[in-house]
Design a protein around this ligand. Structure first.
Ligand code: UDX
Ligand code: UDX
Ligand code: ADP
Length: 438
């Protein structure tokens, strides 16, 4: 009989599983959604009476307020949720391996495997199992092998790949209006039927033409490819920013001019101190590892260079700071504005700010942690803008200037501030990708 999804279980209440399944619950009032996690503190936070949810994401609390207790539930009872569900999202973490084969490159699939084994051990009826975590190609195949080897008679498992493309900070907007929903399945009758059942869930709010159905391997690879190509655009523009600084061109003007070509497009061409976040570096390193495993060293080297350019951009920026502050920052006091990997998120994973601060500390500068930008800047020799929070645009720069040691330097790693305005106040300003003298 054609499957109609009535109960969904999501394993993993993190940055991906939490917002994604909360939005499914909002858009599909007829489906019961239970999000489970082994981390009790995290589940408690999702369930907190004052909606102190564990993830800072604009609009998320509104969504949870509308459906929690109605058709959206958070729980630590993983087994119960597995038992009841028709469809299970596996949305657990897949960090880069720290040791063993592929250390520093390959994804650690330990969490995916244990969640999969749990499903096999607990399920007493057939399930559609959906791989949501970003994973290397052919993980779905491994999940299928584990499930089939451990299933009870009469229970069948259909595996789908349904990578998530939301960006942090705009997760809810991205989920409400995704560019596309990608579903990969085996091209068998059962595989296509499972694919249709999941597509029907999304069809409650996503236009049909934006729901793309492809093979399992294509789906898995597309996720890595999308992130690798986005990161590659940033590394390309950052490589050009170095040329701009050396020659007096302006990276904003170059990005603007290049982005006007409809074949290139204007988005994701903003020079920065380097990309961060939990996805880009991890996914590219996965792609590098995959390429090497497939004996494609030239392909591996091509993608590795995207990460190397990003490392170079971060260290180049640190060096600019040291060079400009008369070749030494030892004993100097530096304010770093922003620690998250981008604005509008509380996430600091792989944030460029971390690399910068590490560099400053190794030069024996002083970096302290405070809660207000104004306080951070008081009596400092230099200000580094590391995250593009709007708050930093709006601080009273006149007061900041008055409180700083002189000469007062500002280094804008995010193309955030109006450099001319700050220069009029008296600041010495360096902006990434601009060749002018301070
Ligand atoms: C290019 C630029 O497009 C143009 O803006 C610039 O002024 C001159 O250089 P051109 O070399 O004439 O123009 O052709 P283009 O259509 O860009 O193709 C260049 C090469 O890329 C061709 O060999 C084409 O077959 C190849 N190509 C293009 C691909 O392999 N795949 C694609 O998706 C697009
Ligand atoms: C990314 C992808 O965008 C998303 O589709 C995928 O599902 C997960 O990975 P995310 O890492 O949350 O999302 O944020 P994103 O907006 O892509 O930014 C990543 C990093 O690139 C940030 O550090 C950001 O500041 C930087 N960035 C982005 C630039 O430096 N310049 C740009 O033009 C865009
Ligand atoms: P992502 O950014 O991919 O969402 P997170 O680390 O934010 O990653 O979230 C993943 C969540 O998955 C974590 O809260 C972790 O506790 C949870 N998790 C990992 N393994 C399991 C498991 N076997 N069962 C239930 N939850 C799990």
């Amino acid at each position: 009989a054609p499957v109609q999804v009535k109960k969904i279980c999501c394993i993993g209440a993190g940055y991906v599983g939490g917002p994604t399944c909360a939005v499914i619950a909002l858009k599909c009032p007829h489906i019961q959604v239970t999000i489970v996690d082994l981390n009790k503190a995290r589940v408690d936070a999702w369930n907190s009476p004052d909606f102190a949810v564990p993830i800072y994401e604009p609009g998320l609390v509104d969504v949870v307020k509308q459906c929690r207790g109605r058709n959206l539930f958070f729980s630590t009872d993983v087994d119960k949720a597995i038992l009841e569900a028709d469809l299970i999202f596996v949305s657990v973490n897949t960090p880069t391996k720290k040791s063993g084969v592929g250390a520093g490159f390959a994804a650690d699939l330990n969490y995916v495997e244990s969640a999969t084994r749990r499903i096999a051990a607990v399920a007493t009826s057939s399930k559609i199992v959906v791989e949501k975590s970003t994973v290397p190609c052919r993980t779905a195949e491994s999940m299928r092998t584990i499930l089939e080897a451990n299933s009870r008679p009469g229970t069948r498992f259909d595996i789908l790949s349904n990578p998530e493309f939301l960006a942090e900070g705009t997760a809810i907007a991205d989920l409400f209006k995704p560019d596309r929903v990608l579903i990969g399945s085996l091209q068998t009758t059962e595989g296509k039927e499972a694919c249709r059942a999941l597509a029907d869930v999304y069809a409650n709010w996503v236009p049909q033409e934006r729901i793309l159905t492809v093979g399992l391997w294509s789906s898995e690879l597309s996720k890595l490819a999308a992130n690798a190509m986005l990161a590659q655009r940033i590394s390309s523009i950052n490589a050009l920013s170095a040329i701009c600084e050396a020659t007096g061109a302006n990276i904003d003007e170059v990005s603007h001019a290049v982005g006007f070509d409809s074949r290139i497009g204007p988005k994701f061409l903003r020079a920065s101190v380097g990309f961060g976040g939990s996805c880009f570096q991890k996914d590219i390193l996965n792609l590098v590892y995959l390429s090497e495993s497939l004996h494609l060293p030239q392909v591996a080297a091509y993608w590795r260079q995207v990460v190397e350019m990003n490392e170079y951009q971060k260290s180049r920026f640190s060096k600019t700071v040291v060079d400009t502050l008369f070749n030494t920052i030892t004993g100097k006091h530096i304010a770093v504005l922003g620690f998250a990997f981008k604005a509008d998120t509380g996430d600091t994973r792989e944030s460029a700010a971390i690399s910068l601060i590490r560099d400053f500390l190794s030069e024996r500068a002083f970096v302290t942690i405070v809660h207000s930008a104004l306080e951070a800047c008081t009596q400092k020799e230099a200000i580094i803008i590391a995250t593009e929070w709007k708050e930093f645009l709006e601080i009273d720069w006149q007061t900041v200037y008055a409180n700083m040691s002189k000469p007062a330097f500002v280094f804008d790693g995010r193309l955030l501030i109006d450099a001319d305005k700050l220069r009029k106040i008296g600041f010495k300003v360096k902006v990434i990708g601009r060749g002018e003298r301070v």
